[in-house]
Design a protein around this ligand. Sequence first.
Ligand code: URA
Ligand code: SF4
Length: 215
Amino acid sequence: MPAKVPEDAYTAEPFVPDGAGLDELRKAAAGCRGCPLHRDATQTVFGAGNPHARVMLVGEQPGDQEDRQGKPFVGPAGKLLDRALAEAGIDPAQAYVTNAVKHFKFTQAEPKKRRIHKAPSLREMTACGPWLAAELAVVEPELIVVLGATAGKALLGSSFRVTEVRGTVLEREIHGREERLVPTAHPSSVLRSEDRESAFRGLVSDLRTAARILS
Ligand code: URA
Ligand code: SF4
């Protein structure tokens, strides 16, 4: 049996080509074996959208639909996000959308049963970080919208608490670049919320803060 790779050795780093554009990065990411999540997922779901976007939206990880289609935010959470963006005055088509982790992590009681989303570990987020860093370096957005706790921890560290900072404008150095960020709730949390309407309003309100910065 091959030796098990120690968890702290998980990293996408050796798979990320230097100085590559988005197309080359996307091709390389398709072959990433930086952590064990590639094993059970269908495919890598790399970021998508306007390569010259002024705003980059960062989610957690692909869901079931994204895993099947190979594109970020194409399932129910993505539909809700598009509606919220449009209401806030941000054209979804002008944005670049990606995830902190590029493979779908799930549990499944039996083969063919529904695949249930499982939160990625800090190690998996850290392992996948070089892809997000490469996307940031190429797209150079003016603003990052942080969608939920996982994206927040991946970008701002493990002490990030979305409830404490949502709807505010943060300025931080990330991977050697000064970034401006607006954190908000993850659109999936809106879908799970008991009071969906008010959760949706909260998301739109945070996105309006982002829209103001871009105007
Ligand atoms: N949730 C995410 O965080 N990302 C997606 O791409 C889809 C759902
Ligand atoms: Fe590579 Fe990220 Fe997929 Fe892990 S989750 S295999 S680091 S692309």
